[in-house]
Design a protein around this ligand. Structure first.
Ligand code: TYD
Ligand code: MG
Length: 465
């Protein structure tokens, strides 16, 4: 810390500063809002004095002028991204790692963040990009054991077991790696602040200085952040504001696949996802997620229908299963996994009223395969088709996909991005598509036959009569 800097406690609610920590801000009255912060002493007082004296020189306010280049003189291009070779990872970042960028990777403990980053480190190292892996959570032996599990590829990665920010920055400056991984930001602390590692002030200050280091040196920094109970990384949203890119690593359902999702990206689009599968020796990228979510489609039973789910720019085919079985005494059951229970109740009422399909004496079970959540209205038609298929006990064509929203009048409404969904369906071998009438007039992939249906009754007639 420079001799002029000092620490204060700032209220995260009203911004008031206090020389000492207190449980309650005496300006706004909020509890537990004071966070330790480093401030520089006010810029030299001569600035203000000079301003009063007048003259243009005094307008500099004590700062030093620097050159401001024209944009055309700023060099570097997209081509300067570093590819890790792990396709799904590069894809989510927007085409590789941008030098000097700071990426925050959040996720619940045990989801595989350290595994993913060690694999990234290994492939980067294999491509002659120096990587420094800073581990504050695990001993060198623990990291080594994980590396052994992943094969020999990570053996050349430099490992620093350290939590002191000053030591980390000094080591990084001396080694000048292309990429530095800090696992995790909650374990890093600066001796300039008194708070314990992991508290808001420490996390924010450490992240800000690592960010400064990245911009000044061109080293890309990956920060691992644990997700708090509220779902945010490290508590303060401020961390997400200062970094360039925020990725979340999540599990979907109970299966062993993991989804990497960008929620903020200064160098690419957000809402892109990358899918991985966790094996006994590391994460394997799944280049074609649809294959993972469709169960074996060779001889399908009744009650199964396929639809598309749009995740970012990438549509994924998923399978919906329905089982309608004769209910015992009492109120029939409605059990739904991956599909909203209230939407199911509504759909059952519509099927009863508009297509004469009664479920009043049937137990109904819905399951979206792969532990996926089907939240888009585009999935309604598939759920309706699966339900009808189960009631009539007749299997749907195995190469058919159902895309459309079902309205209260039983009408089928078009959904966003039908063309992209159909393109993915075609790629996965689907040859028939049931869509809203208006969508059937759009651009359809050449090996797909689009059937426009006006209402669910209309669709059931075509499927079952
Ligand atoms: P880890 O990367 O330590 O998670 P995080 O850093 O997000 O806390 O991964 C932990 C889990 O992954 C652990 O339960 C073991 C499992 N795992 C595998 O299944 N295969 C592997 O090859 C590795 C390294 C871990
Ligand atoms: Mg970890």
């Amino acid at each position: 810390m420079s001799p002029k800097a000092r620490t204060i406690y700032r209220c995260t609610n009203c911004g008031a500063d206090h020389p000492k920590w207190a449980g309650r801000c005496d300006v706004c009255g909020d509890w537990n809002t004071l966070v330790e912060e480093i401030v520089s002493a006010p810029a030299n007082a001569t600035g203000a004095t000079a301003r009063r004296r007048g003259g243009t020189a005094s307008l500099s306010a004590g700062g030093t002028a620097v050159a401001a280049p024209r944009l055309r003189d700023v060099h570097g291009s997209e081509a300067r991204r570093w590819k890790t070779g792990i396709g799904e990872f590069d894809f989510v970042l927007g085409g590789g790692i941008v030098p000097g960028s700071v990426v925050l990777i959040g996720g619940e403990p045990g989801i595989g963040k350290s595994t993913l980053l060690l694999q990234v480190a290994a492939t980067l190292q294999g491509r002659e990009h120096e990587v420094l892996y800073v581990s504050g959570e695990e001993s060198p032996l623990q990291v080594k054991l994980r590396a052994d599990r992943l094969g020999d590829s990570a053996q050349n990665v430099a490992l620093l077991s350290e939590t002191n920010l000053e030591t980390i920055l000094a080591t990084a400056s001396a080694q000048a790696p292309a990429v530095m991984i800090v696992d995790s930001i909650q374990t890093v602390f600066t001796s300039d602040l008194e708070g314990a590692p992991g508290n808001v002030g420490q996390v924010r200050e450490s992240a800000a200085r690592l960010m400064h280091f990245a911009k000044a040196s061109g080293t890309s920094v990956f920060l691992v952040g644990h997700v708090t109970k509220g779902g945010g990384i490290a508590g303060p949203k401020t961390l997400e504001h200062i970094v360039d890119t925020v990725l979340y690593f999540e599990g979907e359902g109970t299966l062993d696949h993991r989804v990497l999702r960008a929620t903020k990206n200064r160098f690419g689009s957000v809402d892109e996802i990358g899918v991985f599968r966790m094996h006994e020796n590391g994460l394997e990228p799944v280049a074609n997620p649809s294959e993972l979510f469709l169960s074996d489609r060779h001889d399908i039973a009744s009650g199964s229908a396929v639809t598309t789910l749009l995740e970012g720019s990438r549509p994924i085919l998923i399978e919906v299963q329905a089982l309608a079985a004769k209910a015992g005494y009492g109120t029939p059951q409605r059990v739904s996994t991956g599909y909203d229970g209230r939407k199911l109740a509504l759909l059952l009422a519509v099927l009863d009223k508009r297509a004469g399909l009664s479920f009043s004496s049937l137990d109904v079970f819905i399951n979206v395969v792969g532990g996926v959540q089907l939240r888009e209205p585009a999935g309604d038609l598939a759920v309706a088709a699966a339900l009808a298929s189960s009631v009539y006990d007749r299997a749907l064509p195995s190469d058919a996909v159902f895309i459309g929203e079902v309205g209260l009048g039983g009408e089928i409404r078009p959904v966003a991005q039908t063309e992209r969904r159909l393109a993915e369906a075609a790629k996965m071998g689907m040859r028939n598509a049931f869509v809203a009438q208006r969508s059937a007039g759009g651009r359809i992939p050449k090996d797909v036959k689009a059937v426009g249906v006006a209402t669910i009754a209309d669709m059931f007639r075509r499927l079952f009569s």
